[in-house]
Design a protein. Sequence first.
Length: 143
Amino acid sequence: MQDVAGTGRAGEVKDVAPGYARNYLLPKGLAVPATEGAQKNVQHRKTIESSKTNRAFKETTALAEKLSQQELVFKVKLGEQMRMHGSITNADIADELRRQTSHEVDKHKVDLQEPIRNIGTYEVLIHVAKDAVAKVKVIVEEE
């Protein structure tokens, strides 16, 4: 029913010592006897979990697509020698994405090695999920 370290993962059928099952696994609800009904229940759970995983993957892929189409424009003041006052950080990018798309974007998911301190066009990676990455175009212009 649940993962048990050193014994098995949820959904697996395992042979264990009778005392271990009787005294530990069954009372804590970590396992049930491998009857035909229990195995059908596990199969049903796996099917539901698989459909949830597929749905979540489609949603994150769609979000990554939507974010990839975004173009963020930051207007900044320039001082002497065309230098910016301050910098554009991953938090600034996450906030702007949140404003434009109304999706929460964690600033830690914005892959910015160092803050942007110069005018120009940049491509920034946003890690939406472990297998969904968006490339967002960031344009920094003079105010």
